[in-house]
Design a protein. Structure first.
Length: 302
């Protein structure tokens, strides 16, 4: 059984459309916390419109965040901070201190880049909604990360059904401030360049999901999180140890179905950060269509 396909993910991640008159609309799902809030929907449309036509070389759009949006950022930052100190791997906690993102207001993507580039060379660029998988992962090879700029609905500051700027920045920017992980991201970009088939790309994306988004590692006699999907979620950070923790297995990761709308029931743990670095480096530095074909023959991947 495959993971959910890109069309299903796109529906869950609120696709962005433009009508015949040029107006930009974000299509929120029926269960989205802001679906029945006209002001929030208009705000989402306005933020998406800022970057829907963005092209490389253009200035990164500035979002004039509202007091309510800054308050959401402040609440999430405040709640996550003690959870990170208790549950995140040591490298994440140290990188977070170095990156020193603002806790009292939502930063602009240019500010994130200004803080991140001196540490690992990565910079942030805007995207209106869910970026195509190939474009998103390939950009890592150029030390760039495409990020949304909107903020989750204020009625549920501790939850979002889609990756907002809280996830993209508090989760991924702190992770990208770790030199080892920044190197892994670059290797992901190189692997995409060697991957032509969509099936091989989807397999790679699942390995990324179970590592860089939802990975955990054994450290100091405890299981700690390093995945951005865990560490940008208050509930997931507090509950990830309740999952079934399996040993690192890329073939298993690439074929295991997952549901992005619930806490992950299965996670994969590396024995140490050194083990994680070696394993991820070996996988991403050699992965291509031929590697996927060999795995698919052995695992009967559809």
């Amino acid at each position: 059984m495959d993971a959910m396909d890109s069309d299903t993910q796109a529906q869950l991640y609120s696709p962005v459309e433009r009508n015949a008159s040029g107006a930009v609309s974000v299509l929120l799902g029926a269960d989205h916390p802001g679906v029945n809030d006209p002001a929030y929907r208009e705000r989402r449309n306005d933020i998406a419109a800022l970057s829907v036509d963005w092209q490389p070389g253009d200035a990164v759009p500035v979002v004039d965040y509202t007091p309510v949006e800054h308050d959401v950022w402040r609440i999430v930052s405040r709640e996550l901070d003690p959870l990170h100190r208790e549950h995140a791997c040591r490298a994440f906690v140290e990188a977070k201190e170095q990156l020193d993102l603002p806790a009292e207001f939502a930063p602009q993507l240019t500010e994130v880049s200004e803080r991140l580039e001196p540490l690992t060379g990565f910079r942030y660029l805007p995207v209106a909604g869910l970026a195509p998988l190939r474009e998103f992962y390939a950009s890592f090879g150029d030390a760039t990360f495409f990020s949304t700029q909107y903020i989750r609905h204020h009625s549920m500051p501790l939850y979002t059904p889609e990756p907002d700027i809280v996830h993209e920045v508090i989760g991924h920017a702190n992770q990208l401030a770790i030199p080892m992980f920044a190197s892994i991201y670059r290797l992901v970009g190189s692997a995409v360049a060697r991957t032509d088939s969509e099936e091989a790309l989807r397999f790679l994306s699942q390995v990324f999901w179970f590592t860089m988004e939802f990975g955990v590692v054994d450290e100091d006699g405890d299981t700690r999180a390093y995945g951005a999907g865990i560490l940008s979620s208050i509930g997931e950070t507090a509950a990830f140890r309740d999952a079934e923790i399996r040993t690192l297995d890329f073939e298993d990761m690439g074929t295991l179905p997952y549901d992005i709308t619930r806490y992950q029931p299965v996670l994969f743990a590396a024995r140490s950060m050194a083990h994680l670095e070696d394993a991820l480096t070996d996988f991403y530095s050699t992965y291509d269509d031929d590697v996927f074909a060999r795995i698919a023959r052995g695992r009967q991947v559809a």
